[in-house]
Design a protein around this ligand. Structure first.
Ligand code: GDP
Length: 434
């Protein structure tokens, strides 16, 4: 599948940079150069290694509320000092993007919509730029692109300040009904006990890059041989067509026991390793691997039985992916997720030294982290309402102006305190393949 990547804010920029790095490392040309990163601060731009200068778009340089205080540390953990760029304020982010829409539109001309199957907007939903600029950009992408627009949105960890939580809770409410599907990545689930979430960014971004490339760059590998059960862009689009929130799980079986670093593991995963094992891996092993993928830490932890549709991809040496294992694994997914809508395919990688099972769960609705996020946002706003009420100011959580003024308009909306009921996100859903 060919995907246009649009990063927004620091998180979006770093993740898109990592995805392009993975594209190069694996030789999977899945963006065909259709990549842009928008930010209001140059901090993350300076950390990029794979994005070209033309792909990095700095916004808000002349806006009075935007500052490039790179001399100050981003203390987003404590919220004690203002952050560079829009200072974490999504209202400022949305205002900057609206003012600079002509420039944004000119830049978007660099993306060739006819060359890609979908666009993916990548942002930290708790960020002023990610949420504010992101909401304006999402609206723009929806109006200019024929293709689906997916959002990969990072959720803040519980250790992050309240304003991040409120911004993310609002962003979820806005983005779910506007995007064709949202793939949240829960920083909390991937924090692994670290006090400073920033210490985990690199590791989390590696996981994101590996999973997104495994799913969306399928069929773009130079070393892929002819597949028996092919997965094509229509399968991915069909799986995500139900809208709402999607989650990705993955498990890998090493056929070669030597330990390896990230790049080496990535190369092996994508069939660029050295040795090939000729031993066919038993059906029971493949089934166990698929089970492990389902039980793995998901990008968004959720009740897997609440998924509407499921897509399974098995990548590895063709001799190791037994047809029987594949079929029993598929049956297992049908049982575990309680859905008959399981699409599955294999990706034969002749030189791979691992077998990987990647599972995409679409339109999951039982998501306790989103509930917790909404609850904390409501509590925060209630508190601030109580504090400022004496001044005659009120701060309504349902006021969506912070995320670009869009109001959740259908069943995909997440009301505060309730999980997303996005079953009706795409009422006109009709199968476009199979
Ligand atoms: P923005 O630039 O104003 O959109 O804000 P940031 O992107 O700096 O932060 C927004 C949210 O994204 C926060 O909740 C951060 O924890 C998270 N975040 C920032 N950078 C990264 C990153 O590189 N990786 C991950 N996983 N999360 C990030």
């Amino acid at each position: 599948m060919k995907l246009a990547l649009l990063g927004v804010g620091n998180a979006g920029t770093r993740i898109v940079d990592r995805l392009v790095e993975a594209e190069t490392a694996t030789g999977r040309d899945f963006t065909a150069g259709n990549v842009l990163a928008f930010d209001t601060s140059s901090v993350a731009f300076e950390q990029t290694t794979a994005l070209s200068e033309e792909q990095r778009v700095l916004l808000g340089e002349t806006h009075p509320s935007v500052t490039q205080r790179t001399d100050q540390t981003d203390t987003s953990e404590t919220g004690a000092t203002p952050r560079p760029g829009v200072g974490g304020d999504p209202d400022v982010g949305a205002a900057v993007a609206t003012e600079e829409l002509p420039e944004i539109r000119r830049t978007l001309d660099q993306i060739d919509d006819t060359e890609v199957d979908a666009a993916m907007l990548v942002a930290g939903l708790g960020g002023g730029t990610g949420s504010g600029v992101g909401s304006v950009l999402l609206e723009e992408l929806n109006s200019i692109y024929e293709n689906p627009v997916y959002v990969l949105g990072v959720l803040p960890a519980t250790t992050e300040p309240d304003d991040r939580i409120v911004t993310a809770a609002r962003a979820i409410r806005t983005v779910v009904p506007s995007a064709d599907a949202v793939i949240p990545v829960d920083n909390e689930a991937w924090r692994n006990g670290a006090d400073q979430i920033a210490d985990r960014y690199e590791a989390i971004n590696d996981v994101i890059a590996t999973r997104i490339v495994s799913l969306f760059a399928i069929g773009e590998s130079p070393s892929a041989s002819l597949s028996e059960i092919r997965v094509d862009p229509a399968d991915l689009r069909r799986t995500l067509k139900v809208g709402g929130l999607a989650s990705i799980g993955q498990a890998t079986l090493d056929l070669d026991t030597e330990p390896a670093g990230w790049r080496e593991r990535l190369r092996r995963l994508f069939g660029l390793g050295a040795d090939t094992s000729e031993t066919a891996t038993g059906a029971a092993t493949v089934k166990r691997l698929i089970n492990r993928a389902l039980d793995s830490k998901l990008t968004l932890p959720c009740d897997v039985s609440s998924a509407d549709r499921v897509l399974l991809i098995l990548s590895g040496p063709p001799s190791n992916i037994s047809r029987k294992g594949f079929e029993t694994g598929r049956y297992l997914l049908e049982q575990e997720t309680g859905t008959v809508e399981v699409l599955a395919g294999d990706e034969p990688l002749t030189d791979a030294t691992t077998i990987t099972a990647t599972v995409l769960l679409s339109n999951v609705t039982t998501v306790s982290r989103i509930e917790a996020l909404q609850e904390r946002a409501v509590a925060t706003v209630d508190e601030s309402t109580a504090t400022v009420a004496g001044d005659g100011h009120t701060f309504e959580f349902q006021d969506d102006s912070a995320t670009g003024g869009q109001v959740a308009s259908n069943g995909g909306a997440v009301d505060h305190g309730t999980p997303p009921d996005s079953g009706a996100a795409n009422p006109d859903d009709t199968p476009d393949s199979h």
